[in-house]
Design a binder for this molecule. Structure first.
Ligand code: PLP
Ligand code: NAG
Length: 517
């Protein structure tokens, strides 16, 4: 409301009240002005009313909300359901313009502003999280795998001869498929075992580069965040190697924004060598629904090239969700979540170590992995081969999601490529184990309950062997799910005393996802 309208209000309601009211309104507007001026994540989070005021102001700038608009085009932002309109704050036009996801949409000044502001706020947060020298980024309404594909496709034009992508092995299907879908041939480089840890085999990468010839290699595709006992790739050395041989370097930083260590690796890699782009998931790092990713890099023109590869317009929903989230949390709130996550990592490690000892197991020594932990299952394996896979399904029934049991000797064919020892990032990891992760948003209760249930499962497995429960095969999703589940889910309450052995043959097998990252 402008001052003219305020003075009209003063004729209706006592002017001192109106003045106070318009001052209150101005303090919301002040926050919005700072955001528009600086394009940074506010230090302190906003209230919902400020956010909604802001979103409404953006929405009335889009043509679908013009009062006098008459549309005769094929895409006029018409929405049949008002529930759908509200779900999107009446921002219906999406983002981008055919041929560039970052371009301004003439029909939608508000949505275009939303898009630019989101990218700018997200860039700020990437700096806050540790990659201080990042130059440019954009939000894409696709999950991490497809966003990696987009990066590879953008490189194709620069390196028309290149066929291969060098990829230190990580057993996650989507990043493997990202390369296949882009039309390239992944060159899988096995990891080396150092203590309990699986680390990048730099010598093998070097040999591959020499063998294939730099010109035939599209890029090196490395990974930060991953399941223990694999640890983040040796990014500095890989980046140096890429710089030396003039080979692009794309980093899969799927859930690495939440870890200062992963972010530091990227910052350092770019400082001493070459990183062309790094890709991170929105849902895994910012607690929003699945569906978006951030493509970021150190050279603005390359990042722009990628955004120009995107054909057509795109959904604004992931941008809207992450903007609302970051405005709600503020940079301070996000930092606090990062701090708490790190604390919980220490706590989870301590609790798992204690638990492992009481069951004749041990927490694997994987200090270089800042998020995921692994506990050995040797003694369970000695007790019975099937007990290891059974543990996976028992945990799932008890609603422990994300705990991932990795048995020995899984074999999995992904897009024609056979992975021996699938899920373990290695052809022959010496022992079965169980993963748990301290990811953003995890609470002390999550840790306590998980450890308690895990304790119960381990006890009862050793007691009875539970031979009737079908030992489930590895799930369809491979690394994402450790087993498939043979019957409808009837999660037992936490204090159920013992594991029942059920005959399950009557039910069809349905596979499902145990760990969703
Ligand atoms: C989550 C994840 C991906 C990609 O998964 P999307 O479903 O495409 O977001 C890739 N690599 C790793 C290591 C991941 O954790
Ligand atoms: C306020 O007054 C102006 C006239 O100056 C008018 O154009 C406008 O529509 C009014 N309403 C609001 C919400 O500003």
């Amino acid at each position: 409301m402008n001052s003219e309208n305020v003075s009209i209000c003063e004729k209706i309601v006592s002017s001192s009240y109106i003045r106070q009211g318009s001052q209150a309104r101005r303090s919301h507007e002040q926050l919005i002005r700072v955001l528009l001026e600086q394009g940074k994540c506010p230090e302190e989070g906003w209230s919902e009313s400020t956010i909604e005021l802001f979103l409404n102001e953006l929405a009335v700038m889009d043509s679908n909300n013009f009062l006098g608009n008459c549309g005769v085009g094929e895409r006029e932002g018409r929405v049949a359901s008002s529930l759908v309109a509200r779900r999107h704050y009446r921002l219906i036009h999406g983002i981008g313009r055919s041929g560039d996801i970052a371009a301004v949409q003439p029909k939608a000044a508000g949505s275009s502003l939303l898009n630019k502001l989101t990218n700018s706020v997200v860039l700020d947060i990437i700096k806050v999280a540790g990659v201080r020298s990042v130059a440019s980024c954009f939000v894409v309404p696709m999950a991490t795998g497809m966003s990696l594909t987009l990066c590879f496709l953008a490189l194709r034009h620069k390196r028309p001869r290149a066929r291969y992508i060098i990829w230190p092995r990580i057993d996650q299907k989507s990043c493997f498929k990202a390369m296949i879908t882009a039309g390239f041939e992944p060159v899988v480089v096995e990891n080396v075992l150092e203590g309990d840890e699986l680390r990048t085999d730099l010598e093998a990468v070097r040999r591959k580069i020499e063998e294939l010839g730099a010109d035939n290699i599209l890029c090196v595709h490395s990974t930060t965040s991953c399941f223990a006992p694999r640890v983040p790739d040796r990014l500095e050395e890989l980046a140096e190697m890429c710089a030396k041989h003039d080979i692009p370097h794309i980093v899969n930083n799927a859930y690495g924004v939440q870890s200062s260590k992963c972010m530091h690796l990227i910052e350092q890699g770019a400082r001493v060598g070459r990183i062309d782009a790094f890709v991170q998931s929105l849902d895994k790092n910012f607690m929003v629904p699945v569906g978006g990713a951030i493509i970021a890099g150190f050279d603005q023109s390359f990042i722009q090239e990628i955004s120009r590869m995107y054909p057509g317009r795109a959904s604004a929903t992931p941008s809207l969700d992450v903007l609302i989230t970051l405005l709600t949390l503020g940079a301070g709130g996000y930092r606090k979540l990062l701090r708490e996550r790190k604390e919980m990592y220490g706590h989870l490690a301590q609790e798992l170590r204690k638990l492992a000892e009481t069951h004749g197991e041990r927490l694997l020594e994987t200090q270089h992995n800042p998020i995921s932990l692994a506990m050995s299952l040797d003694s369970l394996q000695r007790h019975s081969d099937r007990a290891v896979t059974q543990l996976g399904s028992m945990l799932f029934t008890r609603q422990v999601s994300g705990a991932r049991v990795v048995p020995l000797g899984n074999e999995q064919v992904v897009s024609g490529f056979t992975f021996r020892g699938f899920m373990s990032h290695s052809e022959a990891y010496p022992r079965p184990y169980l993963n748990a992760a301290s990811a953003i948003g995890i609470t002390r209760d999550d840790v306590a309950l998980c450890v308690k249930r895990l304790d119960k499962c381990l006890k009862s497995l050793r007691k009875e062997g539970c031979s009737e429960e079908t030992a489930p095969p590895a799930g369809e999703d491979g690394c994402e799910s450790s087993f498939s589940f043979p019957r409808p889910l009837l999660p037992s309450p936490d204090d159920s005393t013992s594991v029942k052995c059920r005959n399950t043959s009557a039910f069809p097998e349905t596979s499902f996802t145990a760990a969703d990252f």
